[in-house]
Write a protein that binds this ligand. Sequence first.
Ligand SMILES: Nc1ncnc2c1ncn2[C@@H]1O[C@H](COP(=O)(O)OP(=O)(O)OP(=O)(O)O)[C@@H](O)[C@H]1O
Length: 533
Amino acid sequence: MAGGKNTMNSMVKQTQRRTLFFFLLDMACLYGFIAAIQSLIDRLSQGLAFSPSCFWVLLGLLAGMVVCGFCSQYGFHMLPVLGKKEALERYERRLMAEDHSFFETHSTAFCLSLFQNEISLLAQQKVTFPVVFLYQSFSLIAGAAFLFFNEWRLALFLFGLIGACFFLTHVLSKKIAGHTRLVLDEKNKLFQILHENIEAHRVIRFLNKEAFFSARFCHTLEYGLVPIEKIQALLNAQYVTIYSILSRALPLLGAGIGLVFVALGWMGIGKIVSTYALMSLIQEPIMQLAEIRTQKHTMAALQATIDTVFVSKPRKSDQSYDFNDPIQKLDVQIEQFAYPGSPAILSGLSFSIEAGRHTKLAGPSGAGKSTLIALIMGVLQGKDARVCFNGVDGSSLSPAWRSRHVLLVDQKPKWFAVSMLDNITLGDSFSKAQIDEVIHACVLEDVLKEHSNAIHELSQGQAQRVSIARMLLRQPDVLILDEPISALDERTVALFLPRLKAYAQQHSITLLISSHNEAVDALCAQTIALKKA
Ligand SMILES: Nc1ncnc2c1ncn2[C@@H]1O[C@H](COP(=O)(O)OP(=O)(O)OP(=O)(O)O)[C@@H](O)[C@H]1O
C-alpha cells in the first residue's frame, strides 16, 4: 500500500512539474502574441504597409498556445482518474481486511461519493445554468447585432472564425457526452457490485467469497471504469484547452484582425476597441452552449442511473413465485462444466435432492465437489450447468432469496473480531432458547464457557462449529456443509452428527454434506459420488 502511495506522490509531483513547465511556455506564447499585436499597431500607426508575415506570426503563436495549453491540461485532467483508481483499490483492500461491520458503516456513503461529481453537476445545471444561459444569450444577440450594423465584413469574418471554434467544441462536447454515459455505465456496474454486496454482505462472509467479490470489483475498475475515464479526461483536456485559448486569445485576435481591416481602409480604428470588448463577450456563450449540450446528456444518463441504482425495484424473478416458499426440490443437471482454459471438471451429472433427504457429496480430492457447491450457490455459472430450486432456474433468483433459503459453510471457517456469541448472531436478534439450542447442536457449550471473548483462541474444529452454528441458527431450507468434520476428533464427531441430524429435522433443514468421512453416511439418505475427470 505504501508503495502505491509513493508512486502516486511521485506521479503528482511529475505532473505538477510538467503542468508548470507548459503553463509558463503557454504564458510566453501569450506574451509574444500580445507583443505581436502591439508591433502591428506600431507598424500601422507609422504608416507602414500591412505585412502578411505578421499574420502568420500571430497564427504561429496561437498554435503554440494551443499545444502548450493542451499539454498543461493533459496531466491535470489525468490525475483525478489515477488518484480515484488508487483510492478505490485501497478501499477494496480495507473492505476485505476488516470485519463485517465495515460494510454497514462505510459502504453506502462511499458508494454515493462515486457519483458525487455528477450529482453536484446536475444541481448546478438545474439551478445556475438557466440564469447564466439567459444572460449570455442576451449579450450574444446584442453584441452580434451591434457588430453587424457597424461593420458587417468584420462581423462575417469573426463569426466565421467563431463558427469554426463552435463546431470544434460541439464535436468535442458530443464526444464527451457519449463518454460520460460510458463512465456512468461503468460507475453503475461498480456501484451495483458494492450495493448488492452491502445488501447481502453476510452472504459474502457466510460463503467466504471475498475473493469472488474482490475479483469482480477489481476487474470492473481496471478494465471498465479507468480506461473510459482516461479517454474522458483526454477529451476534457482538449475541451478546456480550446476554452482557455478562446477566452484569452480570441479578443486579442479580434483586435488584430480589426487592425488588418483598418490597414485595408475598411473600418475606423475606434471600432476596434468595441470589437475587442464584444469578442470577449461572444466566446462565453459559445462555450456555454457547447457545455450545456454535454450537461444535458450527462443529466439524462445520470437520472437513468440513479433510477436503476437508488430506486429499488422488486426483481422479476422474486415476483414469479412466493419468496417465502420453502425449497421442496433441488435439481442439478450438468452436461459439462469447465473453468476457462481448463478441461471439463464435471460432466454428465444429474441428481435431485428432495426436502428432508440429507445428501452426501463424495469423491476424491480434485473431483469437483467445491466446484459443484459453487455452482449450486450461484457463485459459478456455466451455460451447460443448470441448478433449479422448485423448478426455478437458480440464475434468476435474487441474492436476498438465496440468503434466506440456501446457505453454505465453507471448508475454511470464517470468524470476525467480535465475541463468540456475536460471531454466531452477527448482530441479528435471536431468542436465548434459539441460541442455546444451536450451541448444543454444535457441541459448543464448553467452548463458549472457556473462550466466549477470545474467538482467535479457537481451534480449527471449534471455529468450524461456530461457523456451522451461525448458519444453522438462520434455518435455511438447504444448508451445504463443505468438510464439516475434517478437523474434529472422533469423540466430538460422535456427539456432533446426531445432534446436527436432530436439529435439521426439528427445523426442516436439508443438509448437503461434502465429506471424505464415512461417519457422515449414517446421517444421509443418498450419496452423490463424483469421479475425477
Ligand atoms: N478457479 C479455478 N480455475 C481453474 N481450475 C480450478 C479452479 N478451482 C478449482 N479448479 C480445479 O478444479 C478441480 C476440482 O477442484 P475442486 O476444488 O472443485 O475439487 P474438490 O473435489 O472440492 O477437492 P477437495 O476435496 O480437495 O476440496 C481441481 O483440479 C482444481 O484444480
